[in-house]
Design a protein around this ligand. Structure first.
Ligand code: HEM
Length: 462
């Protein structure tokens, strides 16, 4: 009679053969509820005892659809054979794979040190929701290599979209090279790969400008709303404006990152100071300049950054220089680039008839609200990042020139922070008689500093 053992032995052998120095069995990363090489009851560190080695995963932030090289390093001074198992999962659902592994094509022998299996044990391509496991090959276990550490590398292509955080998990085996399972130390680790819109956020030289005037080369000032122009500053064809839900839940301030995108200001000899984020897109960012602990005027460097402070996941772009001074006033205009962004007290836009469906010229006696940024500090102070909550008058002496006339201060009813906004200033001016009609030049000055030339206000009547 043939015992069941002899019946199944031939089948058992290959599995045991699989559970070898050749990387199997799969599902042994030690994370996501999986056992390790050791907790599976296979490899044991006796008689050596537990080690003080490590396994590390070097993976950067991921840009959708882009490939990067992932390195797994096992370090242990006593080891002379090496193995590992690696997988990548969605943090939001760790039963789901994230991205696709492929054998590195560096052309060197190292390419042969790793191979990939699907959870089912088959070779790639794996099913779309099948976990991929990367392990060492038997040649990759580099028997009798007492190097103190060994690195394996594999290529990984990120998912084609922002899928949130991705967890890489690995078990590393620092083995004693006896081709057995004793004297082998198992280490485990997990690391996060965070989404990044690109690998190279790039600001254009001279690309940091006052958000109202876009004046090239003009200085900006703390608290001012500025626009930064460049490339790969956000996901392709994407834009997003800050929402109430983005405000800091404790301070109520504007966020320092939007979609993981931030901007740092580097004053000479100072640590970077993050700006407050208002708008992000792939070619333009709008931010509020933070307070800078430096004597002004000063030349300050500005740098876009993704995943600020997230170690390996942080992506820093180039730095461009901008002049910063105490006050740098400018007026917002309507899309024609010259009509002052002004409304009457009912919110009706002021401008030539037809500029907007309901626009109208200003007439004497009207009180018009005009908006700008960069006019400096106020009393009470409204710190950068804070949405003004009420009246806050500008500290600088404000004068308003409309056409050829300086308006009497009695016609400048308010010059200060625009309530419910950060970095926006509001001017309530009463239109006097005798100005004449037409697109009259409008200049608002803070002390000696004038808003940009070329801005007009349409006025009609005596
Ligand atoms: C991620 C987990 C694992 C890694 C990285 C790994 C790695 C290795 C390495 C590098 C060797 C050669 C050891 C030496 O020469 O000293 C080896 C041998 C071996 N492993 Fe594993 N192993 C893992 C999990 C397992 C599991 C779970 C089993 C059992 C099911 C197993 C069974 C064996 C056996 C029987 C050998 C010795 C014989 C041979 O080389 O075929 N291993 N493994």
């Amino acid at each position: 009679m043939v015992s069941w053992r002899t019946m199944i032995a031939p089948f058992l052998l290959p599995v045991a053969l699989l559970a070898t120095a050749n990387g199997g069995p799969w599902g042994r990363t030690g994370a996501f509820g999986e056992p390790t090489c050791e907790s599976s009851g296979c490899h044991r560190n006796e008689p050596l005892g537990p080690g003080r080695g490590t396994v590390t995963i070097d993976v950067g932030p991921y840009v959708p659809g882009e490939k990067q090289r992932v390195r797994v390093t096992i370090a242990d001074a006593a080891a002379s054979a090496w193995g590992y198992q690696l997988s990548a999962r969605l943090a939001r659902n760790t039963q789901q794979p994230a991205g696709t592994f492929s054998i590195a094509q560096s052309g060197g022998a190292d390419d042969l040190f790793s191979w990939i299996h699907c959870a089912s044990g088959s070779l790639p391509p794996c099913g779309s929701s099948e976990i991929q496991y990367v392990t060492h090959t038997s040649v990759g276990s580099r028997l009798n290599t007492r190097s103190g550490f060994t690195t394996f590398f594999i290529d990984w292509t990120a998912p084609s979209d922002n899928v949130g955080d991705i967890i890489f998990a690995a078990a590393g085996l620092a083995a004693d090279g006896d081709q057995g399972t004793n004297g082998d130390r198992t280490y485990t680790t997990t690391v996060l790969s965070l989404y990044a819109p690109s690998n190279q956020p790039t600001l254009r030289d001279g690309g940091v400008v006052n958000a109202a005037s876009f004046a090239q080369g003009a200085p900006v000032s703390p608290g001012t709303l500025v626009s930064l122009f460049g490339d790969k500053l956000g996901p392709p064809n994407f834009s997003r404006i800050v929402a109430r839900s983005d405000l800091d839940p404790v301070t109520g301030k504007l966020p320092l990152e939007l979609n993981r995108i931030g901007v740092d200001f580097f004053a000479p000899g100072q640590d970077p100071v993050p700006a407050y984020m208002l708008f992000v897109s792939d070619r333009q960012l709008n931010v509020q300049v933070p307070a800078l602990a430096v004597t002004l005027p000063a030349r300050v460097e500005v740098q876009p950054v993704f995943n600020r402070g997230q170690g390996r996941n942080e992506v820093r772009g180039n730095r461009v220089t901008v002049n910063v001074q105490g006050v740098s006033p400018a007026l917002f205009t309507f899309p024609d680039g010259k009509s002052a962004a002004a409304v009457d007290q009912g919110g009706v836009p002021i401008g030539r008839v037809g500029l907007f469906p309901n626009s109208r010229p200003a007439r004497s006696g009207d009180v018009i609200l005009v908006y700008g940024t960069g006019f400096g500090a106020s009393t009470p102070p409204v710190e950068p990042g804070v949405l003004a909550t009420g009246v806050a008058l500008l500290n600088a002496t404000v004068s308003v020139r409309l056409g050829t006339q300086f308006l009497a201060s009695s016609n400048v009813l308010y010059a200060g922070a625009a309530p419910s906004f950060a970095g926006l200033q509001q001017f309530n001016i009463r239109i006097p008689t005798g100005l004449g009609s037409g697109d009259l030049p409008l200049v608002i000055s803070a002390g000696p500093f004038d808003s940009q030339p070329g801005v007009t206000l349409r006025v009609e009547g005596p």
